[in-house]
Design a protein around this ligand. Structure first.
Ligand code: EPU
Length: 415
């Protein structure tokens, strides 16, 4: 098992290109199943979760060819079969196979999706949506069985603002008869990206990016070519790392508006953040001011960046408060940060960070991709050497993190 080793204490300096968004591509790949033809997706990130999902598509009979960051998926010969193995269970996004296979074949058997170690992560809102569209649902032997003689458009109100449920219902609804309206939909940029992709295939989706999405069913869908939006979580992580190390980093190929929640919080800490057309530059400062953070659905502060931001807040002069509103279990990195010298107390969804403590390198474990990112930020500022184990977790979401950090002057290597 690989370990990421970091000798801390060097400011990150330079510019770094940001890859395509993980949470877009993980929905776009299942979305290709909706057209019996080939789709080309550009700006695909070289991350582990993409490889797992590509394997799942191949198992369904899709032909997938990768050239650089461009992926061509031909789904003409796809056969509907139960998807229940360990690949399915290791990935949250395999839930999208439900919406896509149900949409195309009127039937799907998909193992209960797993993914990050973030607690129970229910899919009740996805299932509520499929049921409203006319599917019958049962759960047997750890798999969800979905069946519909025909899917019919309807109004669906989500009880929880959910990225996954919004996307999954869109996937099932694009080929349904009539109009589907999703109310209280999530508004994340990745949802807009998926809608843009589907509309490029001929679907008729309006309102993506607002909390009411209208989908007028239409069949068949056609081939299309699409470039994925930049990954705001990867960009945000490098911005946070730049601030934490007192460096100066320009993240390139980004949409600055998508980074506004993290830019605003960095500015509140006294960090210099300047926006270009497709770049954001972050310049560290001393002292760093403490701030409070409440994670929220977009455009609020993203839960995915809460973990690396916690590591940054250990260096602020004063006490910061974090309230994690999306996943209570997403404060596990705190244990490892405290072992490195941080002073953080947690109570349920809250973490109180007493900043200004030095961190010391040691052996720590990445429990999930973003907890891993928190440890990377901590390792970059810690005295001595940090060894992060289970880095396959980081590789699930971050492309070549060791190489990219070295490009910015960090002393990082994989062992
Ligand atoms: N929820 C329900 N019922 C549902 C669905 C969600 O109660 O049917 C709850 C969840 O338990 C959670 C909240 O609603 O408390 C929001 O969950 P959401 O469905 O929005 O999350 P997701 O679709 O499972 C995606 C990303 C996550 C990211 C969240 C929140 C993918 C593949 N994953 O998950 O990304 O944290 O949205 O923005 O798109 C990551 O990138 O590391 C990651 C975990």
């Amino acid at each position: 098992m690989d370990t990421l080793r970091i000798r801390g204490g060097r400011p990150l300096v330079g510019s770094i290109p940001i890859a395509g968004a993980k949470n877009s591509v993980l929905a776009l790949l299942p979305a290709t199943l909706l057209a019996e033809t080939s789709c080309t997706i550009e700006n695909v990130p070289a991350i582990r979760d993409v490889k797992v999902l590509v394997d799942l598509l191949r198992r369904l009979g899709a032909e997938v060819a990768m050239e650089g960051t461009t992926l061509r998926v031909d789904t003409a010969r796809v056969v509907n079969r139960p998807m229940i193995d360990s690949g399915v269970r290791s990935l949250r996004a395999s839930a999208y196979l439900m919406g896509a296979l149900l949409g195309r074949f009127g039937e799907a058997v998909v193992g209960l999706p797993g993914g990050c170690n973030l607690g129970s992560r229910p899919i009740d809102q996805h299932l509520k949506g499929f049921e409203s569209l006319g599917a019958t649902i049962s759960q047997r032997a750890g798999a969800i069985h979905l069946k519909a003689a025909r899917l019919r458009g309807t109004r669906i109100y989500l009880d929880v603002v959910s990225v996954g449920a919004t996307i999954n219902i869109m996937l099932a609804a694009v080929l349904a008869e009539g109009v589907t309206v999703i109310e209280n939909a999530a508004t994340e940029p990745e949802i807009v990206d998926v809608a843009t992709f589907l509309n490029g295939m001929g679907a008729r989706i309006q309102g993506a990016g607002t909390d009411v999405i209208r989908i007028r069913g239409r069949s068949p869908l056609n081939a299309c070519r699409h470039a994925i939006i930049p990954d705001r979580m990867e960009a945000g992580t490098y911005m946070i790392a730049a601030a934490a190390t007192g460096g100066e980093v320009r993240v390139d190929h980004v949409i600055p508006l998508h980074l506004e929640p993290v830019s605003a919080k960095l500015r509140e800490m006294g960090v210099f953040v300047t926006e270009g057309d497709e770049s954001v530059t972050v310049k560290g400062t001393d002292p760093l001011l403490p701030v409070d953070i409440k994670t929220q659905p977009y455009p609020g502060f993203p839960t995915d960046l809460q973990s690396p931001f916690t590591a940054l807040l250990t260096q602020a002069k004063g006490t910061s408060l974090i309230i994690e509103n999306i996943y209570e279990e997403r404060l596990k990195h705190v244990l490892e940060l405290n072992r490195m010298g941080a002073r953080i107390r947690t109570d349920g969804r809250m973490a109180l960070i007493e900043g200004g403590t030095p961190l010391y390198g040691m052996r720590v474990r990445a429990m999930d991709p973003r907890a891993g990112a928190a440890l990377v930020v901590a390792g970059l500022i810690a005295e001595g050497e940090t060894a992060i184990t289970d880095i396959h977790q980081i590789d699930r979401s971050y492309e070549r993190i060791d190489q990219k950090l070295r490009q910015l002057g960090a002393d990082v290597w994989r062992e």
